[in-house]
Design a protein around this ligand. Sequence first.
Ligand code: NAD
Length: 259
Amino acid sequence: MDLEIGGKTALVTGASRGIGLAIAEKLAQAGVNTLLVARSADEIDAHAKRLSRQTKSYAHAADLRAPDAAEKAVAAALARFGRLDFLVNNAGATKRGAFAALTDDDFLDGFALKFHGYVRMTRAAWPALKTAGGAIVNIVGAGGRTAAGDFTIGGSVNAALYNFTKAIAQPATADGIRVNAINPGWIETDRLKGRLAQSAKDKGVSEAEARQAALADLKVARFGRPEEIGELVCLLLSPRMAYVHGALIDCDGGMTRAL
Ligand code: NAD
């Protein structure tokens, strides 16, 4: 099936590693010209150069917690491509830990990047997406549906983003933009490796045992792969998915059992 997205243009946030990088790679394979946005210039420069062998790829370094960063990132995309068809909001990092150990600043920081960052990017990209008849995918997370005591910040941010995604689907309909969210489960990224290493240390077991224990706890056969999220993003951005709008799509190996 041809997804019919070749030659389109995209902006992907948090594209220097993990899920965001896999999304940028899959978009490049599909022939989408992409602006990779992340905090560290060196990392995204190198990835953009590598992806340029497949399609036009550029890097833009920004701290998306800054109030003016979204406008500048969209301006950079428009300066490169002259139009913007797709926005993928993905940059997020929220501190985990016992609630009593988390400070006000930890909460504000988590919301600043992942919630306000997504909101500002959406607002900044809106006029260009409206002109292009474009689409947005928000990478949110399963932790918004299933609460966990050590994930109060991430879970709250994700739940807020579910509502935001559904809410903006209404004005998006009027403006010819599609918007959807993906909720990844546990995906094989450096973040997951670090988490499993910490869990192994805390429990005094090997990393392989910590991995098996996590899989048994989540009741999933395996962890997800970043490229699986990348492929789902390409599908959702495709005009072939024109009737999928305002949807919150779990991609978690079956770990979310709530309706
Ligand atoms: P990661 O930590 O591997 O990468 C995060 C990306 O965001 C990097 O490119 C980093 O440069 C960028 N970033 C961090 N702070 C930034 C800032 N202040 N300004 C601009 N960019 C910044 O993350 P990941 O594990 O690939 O997760 C990506 C998204 O998916 C996040 O929103 C995360 O909450 C969500 N998610 C991940 C998992 C998982 O298992 N990995 C599960 C559910 C949801």
